[in-house]
Design a protein around this ligand. Sequence first.
Ligand SMILES: [Zn+2]
Length: 307
Amino acid sequence: MEEIPRIIGAYGNIDADTLMICTAGIHGNEPLGIEALRKVFHILERDQPNFKGRFVGIAGNKRALAANQRYLSEDLNRIWTPDKLENATNNRCQTPDCEELKEICQVFDQIDFTQYHQKIYLDLHTTSGENGTFIVTTQLAQSHYLTQRLEAPVIIGLEEKLKGTSLRYMHDQGFTSFAFEGGQHQNQQSIDNLVWSIWYTFLGAGCIAEDIIPEEVAQYTHLQEFTENLPNLMELEYLHSIKPEDQFKMLPGFKNFSKVTKGQLLAHDCQGEVKSPDDGYLLMPLYQPVGSDGFFLVKGAQAVVGN
Ligand SMILES: [Zn+2]
């Protein structure tokens, strides 16, 4: 396989008011985000649409992508912490994943964040379970004008549980930040979902007019159909953290947004049965060997969100 460049593409005027940075493959077993970015840049280069903004697409964990593993030594989406960032930027990396962090920071260093009024960060992911299309954001109200167009439930309370994400780091750099989970790792439909999310983020950000959206994207309705019967907003109710010695094993057949009831058997571990602590929807049931989160339980939520 050809090597993935760190910068997948860049489009639009550097002197624009809006900067949109999009990362993909921060988890190395999620290559479809890279495919989605390539597709979007292909269309941009082909059609050369009028674009009010600067759009930069960046590859995440290239070494892990080459190995098709979530990460090599440590999760690249858990090491955006002050101490690890300091190691990375001062050439004191001890893991290949830290080298990745360093290289991504070097790309950021070439961009003057301060010159842009509107800064948007979109992080593309896929999940091991089926039907995983949802949005995770650091700030519901600030990102609402973008996420409301994206036809995927917004999950609140989840990002706060995850330490050292790129999302939080970019938020702290002044970016309106959200992650789009586009579906299952190997499902080609995830590419279409992610491509769709990028174009409609362009639209929400005012980078493009609606008639610029390519027909094949505008006519894509899978996300609307999938999310029709789900609450727009959901809140994290419970996170089942695991360690390797727990020997956690999810029962087969669960998907993202599978409805479960309190007391329902969900998994087994070395202690015996793992049951759902409440009614709700399952999120990210673990069907891959590596991971520290067994599953998440979310519930429909109400929030007053200004436009
Ligand atoms: Zn991921």
